[in-house]
Design a protein around this ligand. Sequence first.
Ligand SMILES: Nc1ncnc2c1ncn2[C@@H]1O[C@H](COP(=O)(O)OP(=O)(O)OP(=O)(O)O)[C@@H](O)[C@H]1O
Ligand SMILES: [Mg+2]
Length: 254
Amino acid sequence: MTAELTSGSPLAPLLALRGVRKSFGEHLVLGGVDLEVAEHSCVVLIGASGSGKSTLLRAVDLLEDIDDGSIQLRGVDIADPWVDADAVRARLGMVFQAYNLFAHLRVLDNLTLAQRLVHKQGKDEAEAAAIEMLARVGLADKATAYPDQLSGGQAQRAAIARALVNEPELLLLDEVTSALDPELVGEVLDLLVGLREEGMTMLVATHEMGFARRVADQVCFLDGGRVLEAGTPEQVLEDPQQPRTREFLARLQV
Ligand SMILES: Nc1ncnc2c1ncn2[C@@H]1O[C@H](COP(=O)(O)OP(=O)(O)OP(=O)(O)O)[C@@H](O)[C@H]1O
Ligand SMILES: [Mg+2]
């Protein structure tokens, strides 16, 4: 299975969800989600609080089992219970709303941990890659700082650097700006816009419609456990076809 996972099909989209269903007890959260993310594209998930955006991202990162459907990474179903979940996660980068840096580790060690444990890199090699990545996100001088010595924006950029240093095939971002003060949101969004321009493949949940406009190739509106409407940012945000999408956007006053 591992060999098959690594190869996959070159013609398949990088990520494809087909009929993904998930309930918590009686509560249906994902009611048959179909979604594709092409390589080098950015798909942005929008929708009301509780519409299932985080559950969907967590399902892709295999942190949440699904009840039905398939989640294909390069054409291979990673939701299959026989799949090696750690091997799949090693190919993905996930960043959460509350950046989850390890508080007892310096920024540098936060970045090298997975490289050394999961990717079996040597210390020098891992540290060189980490320092290069920190420079890229503007944190070259914070390598030896501890997370509680960083601002919210810096901590979130460090968390993104930690995901990137493992060279993920797909970056999953869940509300990465919503815990930040408004003046810090811009620096994180600018970083993500840069990544998008470099061709990183991303699946992003956000309430930042400005960000969706700037980076999304496709915007998907989740409602009632399904993708109710999907299209370019112009289509979905400027000219929504579904009344529910219009109501949601009107509430945000975009
Ligand atoms: N572990 C869990 N057990 C029970 N219910 C859960 C669990 N995780 C999520 N839910 C429920 O699933 C629904 C979808 O939650 P989810 O966190 O995916 O929404 P969301 O779209 O990310 O919302 P937000 O915009 O507030 O982040 C919610 O009603 C939530 O209460
Ligand atoms: Mg959420």
